[in-house]
Design a protein around this ligand. Structure first.
Ligand code: RET
Length: 235
């Protein structure tokens, strides 16, 4: 019969679809990079790195690698957190380079970001004990705040100070990032945290968020050729 605690054909298929989206996006970003001068390729290479790492994570999860079982036998996909630990800093690099912020600002948000993901990983591993899982989740939420704050204040002001379409593109991508990233802790609470949704639904929800936050994000970032040329400048 149907077991909500392990993936069925639906979940497994969605993992493979996630792998395909990530792998094809990576090939596209790399292929696009070659139509630019080497000094203009930073956004292509960072974006290809993001989807390439996610392609590897989705391939592993599709092959039942990077997944453990909790006390009740529910699948826990820890491979996602390895992916996110590496890719969410790279997404912030894309945004920081676009905004033209000082690298100290970028280092600060990246440190908070890594703390956030690792807190979610440990919280997920220990979610069977609410006295361990929830404090870690709350820790993750607290370090999430300075990231949101930076994207909506200092990074945004820096980006808009150029008064060009680069600022407008940053605005679009940062709003998208704040909205999508805010959905992850919601899914965490109903999936890893309280286990009220089936593993199949957890896989579907994270896949929609991952493909939007990585592939769609990359396509929007790289969509305008002259904008990329201006945002990468000369040198
Ligand atoms: C966790 C739980 C702890 C509290 C918070 C979380 C936020 C996770 C986020 C993940 C973003 C992932 C992306 C992946 C790839 O595209 C770790 C779920 C705040 C924001 C963008």
């Amino acid at each position: 019969g149907y077991k909500a605690s392990t993936p069925t054909t639906i979940g497994r298929t969605v993992l493979w679809v996630g792998f395909a989206c990530m792998a094809l996006s990576t090939l596209y970003f790399v292929q696009q990079a070659y139509s630019f001068e080497i000094f203009q390729r930073k956004f292509h290479y960072v974006s290809a790195g993001i989807t390439g790492i996610a392609a590897l994570a989705y391939l592993c999860m599709s092959l039942d690698i990077g997944v453990s079982s909790d006390e009740g036998g529910r699948s826990f996909y820890w491979a996602r957190y390895v992916d996110w630990t590496l890719t969410t800093p790279l997404l912030l690099v894309d945004l920081g380079l676009l905004a033209g912020v000082h690298y100290n600002e970028l280092i600060y948000v990246i440190i908070m970001d890594i703390l956030m993901i690792v807190a979610g990983l440990i919280g997920g591993l220990y979610a069977d004990d609410p006295y361990k899982g929830w404090p870690l989740f709350v820790f993750g939420m607290i370090v999430f705040l300075p990231i949101i704050l930076s994207l909506t204040t200092s990074m945004k002001e820096k980006a808009l100070s150029f008064a060009s379409d680069v600022g407008a593109r940053f605005n679009q991508l940062s709003v998208m990032t704040v909205l999508l990233w805010s959905a992850y802790p919601v899914v965490w609470v109903i999936a890893e945290g309280t286990k009220v949704i089936p593993v199949d639904l957890e896989i579907v929800l994270y896949a929609i968020l991952d493909v939007s936050a990585k592939c769609l994000f990359g396509f929007i970032l790289l969509a305008n050729r002259s904008l990329i040329e201006r945002a990468t400048g000369q040198a």
